[in-house]
Write a protein that binds this ligand. Structure first.
Ligand code: ADP
Ligand code: MG
Length: 444
């Protein structure tokens, strides 16, 4: 068999091993670009497809090919297809389609600033970005619904709106709505006996984007209406995209049937960005603003603002504003001053509250954290407590040692540095640190 025939045979088998949407999105149209002893180089449509295939299907594909060839086969992916960068958003403008000239509908609910082109991709959001891209490239053809979840300020709204902008550009009718607005709209409709118009508005579109659905937890009438909206649109093969600050499973008072709808398609979470991505986001922002900011200043901001992209942007804006308005040089001293003022509440967290929050988060007792047990299940949370106390309180190393049952300051220093390193490289730990911080501040 020729390499291309082998690949076609492999595609036939792969098609049976996955959902049609997955196959269509990532593999349809792929072909062999090069072949030599035991190695296939497969050309795919885009960088996203390449990335996704490498991460998710590499082993499956290699196994399938090996089965056909009868020996171990290596596979690599390479971008061969039309992955040209998309044009500027064209909301309200005219787009030429092969068949006819169509009017792009005005979509006032969308912010033209939120597009894929200025969204920085890192390990923390790679899946979410790829899924959002896939959905925008073939609405209702890839994942339906797409459910994005993650903490505040991590880019959920940006991605939802980017899907909306890209879909509107294709001439689709798009409606973006925050769940809160959906609720208010519904309440008004009920009050003014205009539920017919309400349904008309929400059920005659091609793409419905519902942001922050955690808001409808515990709201029975809204859940009921959203359930029917969902069914109507999904039944007509229209795309739904939802976002939430937590997964459907973690939405305690969500009706079971709505939860199961949310989980029908693809659930993806967005984590907090690592140091490198935070730097890239800041560089990108500075560039977009046409400002040249010293790398050391960007690095300082990236190092200090860890868990929220919105705050990251806010810090950069503040630094730029102060420099421009007060005529101060754009340097680390200015950045330090701005950062110290940005989160003054940071310094009011007590060591006791950190120890309590960490213990609660890991299902341990304060006595466990302060005790002598050095098994990993306790030692790591203990070091997390050291790390968070060092970052979020004004306590000195010896004071932190005291708060943890009288430990030596060198132990604290070691634990803090270890966790600081880990939090930058380990997604799970970074997320845990962010959640503990959140718990710490929302408890006040
Ligand atoms: P969320 O909806 O998750 O709370 P947003 O989408 O509102 O977060 O993002 C907060 C801010 O951070 C927005 O201005 C957004 O443009 C920006 N942002 C978030 N993630 C990225 C990213 N990966 N690249 C560029 N900007 C980002
Ligand atoms: Mg949002």
């Amino acid at each position: 068999m020729k390499p291309e025939q082998i690949w076609q045979a492999a595609l036939g088998e792969l098609q049976l091993q996955m959902t049609p949407a997955t196959f269509d999105t990532w593999l349809r149209g792929s072909r062999v670009l090069a072949h030599e002893e035991g190695l296939f180089v497969v050309g795919v449509a885009s960088g996203y497809a390449k990335d996704w295939l490498e991460r998710r299907l590499h082993a499956t594909i290699a196994r399938t090919l090996s089965g056909i060839v009868g020996r171990t086969v290596e596979v690599r992916f390479s971008v061969s297809g039309n992955d040209a960068p998309a044009a500027e958003p064209l909301v309200g403008a005219k787009v030429l389609l092969p068949a006819a000239e169509i009017e792009v509908p005005e979509t006032p609910s969308l912010n033209p600033r939120y597009i894929f082109e200025n969204f920085v991709v890192g390990a923390h959001n790679r899946m979410a970005h790829a899924a959002a891209r896939a959905v925008s490239e073939s609405p209702a053809g890839a994942y339906n619904p797409l459910f994005l979840h993650g903490g505040v300020g991590l880019g959920k709204t940006h991605l939802l709106q980017a899907i909306g902008n890209a879909s509107a550009r294709q001439g689709l009718r798009v409606l973006y709505v925050a769940a809160e607005e959906f609720t208010n709209d519904l309440i008004n409709a009920i009050r003014t006996h205009t539920t017919g118009a309400f349904r008309e508005k929400y059920r005659t579109i091609d793409v419905l984007l519902v942001d922050d659905v955690q808001f409808i937890a515990g709201k029975d009438a809204t859940q009921e209406e959203l359930f029917h909206t969902f069914n109507t649109l999904h039944g007509q093969n229209k795309q739904l995209v939802l976002s939430s600050d937590r997964s459907p499973k973690a939405m305690m008072t969500l009706a079971e049937r709505l939860r199961s709808r949310f989980e029908w398609g693809l659930l993806v979470d967005i984590q907090t960005p690592d140091a490198e991505t935070r730097n890239a986001i800041l560089r990108n922002k500075a560039e977009a603003l046409g400002q040249s900011v010293p790398a050391a200043v960007l690095a300082l901001i990236a190092q200090r603002v860890q868990s929220n992209v919105r705050e990251l942007e806010g810090a950069l804006n503040q630094v730029l504003a102060q420099s421009a308005l007060l005529g101060l040089p754009l340097d680390e001293a200015l950045a330090n001053r701005v950062l110290a003022n940005l989160r003054p509440q940071q310094r009011t967290v007590s060591t006791t509250s950190v120890v309590a929050a960490v213990a609660a988060f890991y299902d341990l007792t304060v006595a466990d954290l302060c005790g002598r047990d050095r098994s990993q299940q306790i030692a790591l949370p203990r070091q997390m407590a050291m790390f968070i106390m060092r970052e979020e309180t004004a306590a000195s190393l010896p004071q932190i040692g005291d708060a943890l049952g009288g430990r030596d300051h060198t132990t604290i220093k070691y634990g803090y540095e270890k966790l600081r390193g880990l939090v930058d490289t380990d997604d799970k730990l970074r997320r845990e640190a962010a959640l503990i911080r959140e718990a710490l501040y929302s408890a006040k």
